[in-house]
Design a protein around this ligand. Structure first.
Ligand code: MRU
Length: 363
């Protein structure tokens, strides 16, 4: 199944409430731009590509009730502010707004829905292509491993739940499994929201991929002992020179990988590239969330109910940075839908020549 789809009533879309996973599979109906914005803010939908698709549908839903320029602007502003780091959000809204600008108000909602539908299909095609290119990297790693099971480390959830289907970091893993390459995934739990422990573990279980959840601090130890062949992570925004913003803790894994000589790959769909930025550390806005996500944790209690408990002394102050930036020099290669490339300006421009400065070609 896909992670977002049009409901039968023609006036809403449905998605999976990821805050309930892995303990309950609950779907969520979005009937307005406000619903879409809330779902993104509360991380009921999450992951850069799915955030983008949800925002595009959110704009379309707003236009059903009022397709005036004013309503379009208001919905755009509401949705673009939902989360700051994943650039797919702005990209998807710009694409949808551009599509509706060409038609009279009476046709705008239908045009926006059509663009959002196409965006979902494009996302699936992009992730599939990342899977094919990543598969070649995994094949080569499996050859180097001499037939032994390949150990891959991943952080956060960059799987099908974070996209429309396939995932970015997981697509090569799913393709490799289909091809009979023996592999095992180390899953960083990814505090504080535990996307690894809750979501990646759920996905890999469903797809029958061997995996082990580890506390976030464990990866360096495993890499020092030769227990990780390569790392693959996703990205929320990658700058034109290859700096990668991803879930908090990604940078520490990249540092450990560099020290241990473990290849560190980033699965990068092109809508996650921010071509306007050239310095990730200085220019990418890093989301800061409620400290309660650090001081408290939720899960399935012995009575079968989902409950939240406090971990810290009452009133302890907590900082909650959602993302960090891994400098391009720590990235072995970016795996895009057009193939792998060096995490450099030249590397990205070589694959996307129309985006290179001075180019007038189509994007
Ligand atoms: O805060 P989240 O859960 O939305 O963060 C998601 C990630 O960091 C993913 O790794 C990233 O969006 C890539 S998803 C294909």
């Amino acid at each position: 199944m896909r992670t977002i789809w049009r409901a039968g009533d023609g006036r809403s879309v449905e998605t999976i409430d990821q805050t309930k996973l892995p303990h309950a599979f609950v779907t969520l109906r979005l009937a307005s731009a406000e619903d879409a914005s809330r779902a993104i803010r509360e991380m009921r939908v999450r992951g850069a590509p799915l955030i983008g698709a949800t925002a595009a549908y959110g704009l379309a839903l707003a236009l059903l009730d009022d397709a005036s320029d004013g309503a379009l602007d208001a919905a755009y502003r509401l949705l673009v502010a939902a989360r700051p780091t994943a650039v797919n959000l702005r990209w998807a809204l710009d694409e949808t707004r551009r599509a509706v600008a060409e038609v009279p108000p009476a046709e705008r909602a239908a045009r926006a829905f059509a663009r959002a539908d196409r965006m979902c299909d494009e996302d699936v095609a992009i992730c599939r292509a990342i899977g094919e290119h990543g598969l070649e990297i995994l094949r080569a790693a499996a050859r180097r491993a001499g037939g032994r099971r390949l150990n891959i480390l991943t952080h956060c959830n960059a799987g099908w739940l974070a996209t429309v289907d396939w995932g970015t970091a997981t697509a090569p893993i799913y393709r490799a499994r289909q091809e009979g390459i023996e592999l095992h995934v180390w899953v960083d739990e990814t505090r504080p929201r535990n996307q690894g422990a809750a979501l990646t573990a759920f996905e890999l279980g469903e797809e029958r991929v061997a995996h082990t959840v580890i506390a976030d601090n464990t990866g360096g130890h495993l890499m020092q002992r030769g227990l990780v062949d390569l790392c693959i992570v996703g990205t929320d925004r990658t700058t034109a020179n290859g700096d990668v913003a991803n879930k908090i803790g990604t940078y520490l894994k990249a540092l450990a990988a560099k020290d241990c000589g473990v290849p560190f790959y980033v699965a990068l769909p092109s809508p996650s590239i921010d071509w306007a930025l050239t310095d990730g550390l200085a220019q990418i806005p890093i989301e800061q969330r409620d400290g309660r996500e650090v001081t408290h944790i939720s899960g399935l209690a012995a009575d079968g109910q989902l409950r939240e408990i406090r971990l810290t002394p009452a009133n302890t102050q907590a900082a909650n940075y959602g993302f960090d930036v891994t400098p391009a020099r720590l990235v072995t290669a970016l795996i895009t839908e057009r193939g792998p490339c060096a995490a450099t300006t030249d590397g990205l421009n070589g694959l996307f020549p129309a985006r290179a400065p001075g180019s007038r070609g189509p994007k």
